[in-house]
Design a protein. Structure first.
Ligand code: HEC
Length: 257
């Protein structure tokens, strides 16, 4: 089993509410720069249809709601109406004998509450904006072409029924779609329409605070990098216009058991 880093949870509702056409529009714009940003299409179990993936390292989850159910089932062992059976391996005899608390253990109303709580998490305020070092970094972001993939500004849908307060809001997320990142970042594990070397450009907003909640401050899908400035940005910068980006970092795959 390999290590997989967790994403921070803020900006979920905002990312969810960006119209699909906006994200698909980025792909068309990126092609002009030799980049190949593309969407993942995944199964939306609630609405029983194929839809745009928006969350996860490979954009393999369509909604916060759907992301919660496999997390509570796979990571915490709590069945829900989406994953109704107990998650006990053959060797887990005590788990297999245990009588479930509720049926299912994660009730639909608890699932609703978890979803609302996650959607409502506020993004942290911008910090140290007047520091000379921060300003210097900001002035490099555009010439280095980071924003081709970490698109700074997104706007939510005109009407976002789930949380109307979030309708037509501009927010700074620094994210977009999936990108082919080269063999060095392959995890050998395709997911829906996405290949082993494809990763979603993750939101960068608030990244500086990751060390507060995760003392390793691990970044990238497999946590290979500890601080934002160690991300193989040099390669990304130099090769931003090349169709396939390669990272010099040592390959350490992220596989689930
Ligand atoms: C071709 C698209 C692309 C470009 C251009 C790009 N990135 Fe990324 N970036 C990605 C992808 C995809 C990942 C996730 C890779 C992974 O997890 O293995 C990533 C990851 C990161 C991370 C780690 C985020 C986290 O949550 O772990 C940082 C920091 C980052 N990039 C900064 C930059 C900077 C700074 C630049 C400009 C110098 C840049 N990137 C240019 C696509 C891009």
């Amino acid at each position: 089993m390999g290590r997989c880093g967790a994403h921070h949870l803020w900006l979920r509702a905002s990312v969810k509410s960006v119209p699909a056409e906006t994200l698909l529009g980025f792909a068309a714009r990126q092609r002009a720069h030799g980049l190949n940003g593309r969407p993942n299409y995944v199964w939306d179990a609630t609405n029983q249809r194929r839809t745009l993936g928006r969350f996860g390292w490979k954009a393999n989850q369509p909604s916060v709601r759907q992301q919660i159910a496999p997390a509570t089932w796979g990571d915490k062992g709590l069945p829900s109406s989406l994953f109704p059976r107990q998650n006990c391996a053959d060797v887990h005899t005590l788990c297999r004998q245990e009588v479930p608390g509720n049926d299912p253990e994660l009730t639909d109303s608890q699932w609703d509450d978890l979803e609302t709580w996650t959607l409502g998490l506020a993004a942290p305020a911008r910090r140290n904006w007047h520091d000379a070092e921060v300003q210097r970094g900001a002035s490099l972001f555009e010439p280095a072409q980071c924003g081709h993939c970490h698109v700074p500004t997104l706007v939510t849908a005109d009407v976002y029924a789930r949380l109307p307060q979030l309708s037509r809001q501009m927010f700074l997320a620094y994210t977009d779609l999936l990108h082919e990142m080269g063999e060095a970042l392959s995890d050998g594990r395709p997911d829906f329409d996405v290949g082993a070397r494809d990763w979603r450009a993750p939101p960068l907003w608030g990244l500086g605070l990751s060390e507060l909640v995760n003392e390793r401050g691990a970044l990238m899908h497999d946590g290979r990098t500890r601080r934002a400035h160690q991300v193989p940005a040099g390669d990304l910068m130099l090769r931003a216009t090349a169709p396939a980006l390669r990272h010099r970092q040592r390959h350490r795959p992220c596989r689930r058991a």
